[in-house]
Design a binder for this molecule. Structure first.
Ligand SMILES: C[S@@+](CC[C@H](N)C(=O)[O-])C[C@H]1O[C@@H](n2cnc3c(N)ncnc32)[C@H](O)[C@@H]1O
Length: 220
C-alpha cells in the first residue's frame, strides 16, 4: 500500500495511506490528538507510581515517546508494551518531526532507539520508562489482568471494522486489571455498544481539536 508523510494542522507529521484515505493520526493535529486522548484523558488519571500501559498500534511511536516524556513530569514509572504487526520503516521514522515539535531535541536518540531496539524484548529507555515492542496481530493478544491503561489506537472502523468489535474488546477487557482504563479517539455508537457488551462502563468525553467526542472505557 502507498504511504506518504503529511503535515497535520498542528504542524506535526503523520503517515497518510492514500488507498484507504486514512492517516496514522488526526489530520487536525497528530500531537494534539495524542496529548488529548491518551495523556490528558488516560495517563493523567493515574496517581499510583507504577503503571503498565498497552498500546494497540505502536505505529510511529508518537504515543510511546510522549508517554516517555510525561513519565518523570507525572512522577510515574511506566512499563509500556506496544503491539504492532506492520512496523514503520526507519526511513519513515527519520522523516517524522515529533522530536522537534515536542521540543525534545535532547531525547532525539531515545525516539530512534525506541524504533531500533529489537522486538519481543524489554528495554530500559530511562529510569521511568521500560519499553517492550511485540510484533503481533491484535487478534493474538492473550494477556490477562495485566494492564492499568490501554491506548486503543487502531485505524478507524471505516477501514478496519474487524478491530472495533466485541471480539477484540473482550481481549482488551481481559488484558486490563480491575479498575483499568481504555481510551480511544473513536466515538462511534457501534464501538461504544461493542465495549458495553463485553462489560465496560463507557464514557463519552469531548474529543481533540476537530472531533466532537472520544470514548473512555473502564473495567469496573
Ligand atoms: C492508527 S495507526 C497507529 C498509530 C500509532 N499509535 C502512532 O502513534 O503512530 C494503527 C496501527 O495499527 C497497525 N495494525 C493494523 N492492523 C493491525 C493488526 N491486525 N494487528 C496489529 N497491528 C495492526 C498498523 O500497522 C498501524 O501501525
Amino acid at each position: 500500500m502507498k504511504r506518504k508523510i503529511i503535515i497535520t494542522a498542528d504542524g506535526s507529521t503523520t503517515i497518510h495511506l492514500p488507498d484507504w484515505n486514512e492517516q496514522y493520526h488526526s489530520k487536525h493535529g497528530a500531537i494534539q490528538e495524542a496529548q488529548h486522548v491518551f495523556i490528558k484523558n488516560g495517563l493523567a488519571l493515574f496517581s499510583k507510581k507504577k503503571l503498565k500501559v498497552l498500546e494497540i498500534g505502536f505505529g510511529t511511536g508518537l504515543n510511546s515517546f510522549i508517554t516517555f516524556l510525561e513519565a518523570p513530569r507525572m512522577d510515574l514509572e511506566i512499563d509500556y508494551v506496544g503491539v504492532e504487526a506492520y512496523p514503520v520503516s526507519i526511513n519513515e521514522i527519520e522523516n517524522l518531526n515529533y522530536v522537534s515539535e515536542l521540543n525534545a531535541e535532547k531525547y532525539k536518540e531515545v525516539f530512534v532507539k525506541m524504533h531500533q531496539h529489537k522486538w519481543e524484548a524489554k528495554v530500559e529507555i530511562s529510569p521511568e520508562f521500560n519499553l517492550t515492542k511485540r510484533k503481533q496481530f491484535f487478534s493474538d493478544i492473550t494477556d490477562s489482568n495485566t494492564f492499568d491503561l490501554i491506548y486503543y489506537d487502531a485505524f478507524g472502523a471505516r477501514v478496519q471494522p474487524e478491530l472495533w468489535t466485541e471480539n477484540l474488546f473482550k481481549k482488551m477487557f481481559e488484558a486490563l486489571k480491575l479498575g483499568g482504563v481504555l481510551v480511544t479517539y473513536s466515538a462511534k455508537g457501534s464501538v461504544r455498544r461493542a465495549m458495553q457488551a463485553v462489560g465496560f462502563f463507557v464514557e463519552r468525553l469531548p474529543g481533540p481539536p476537530g472531533k466532537r467526542e472520544m470514548l473512555r472505557a473502564i473495567k469496573k
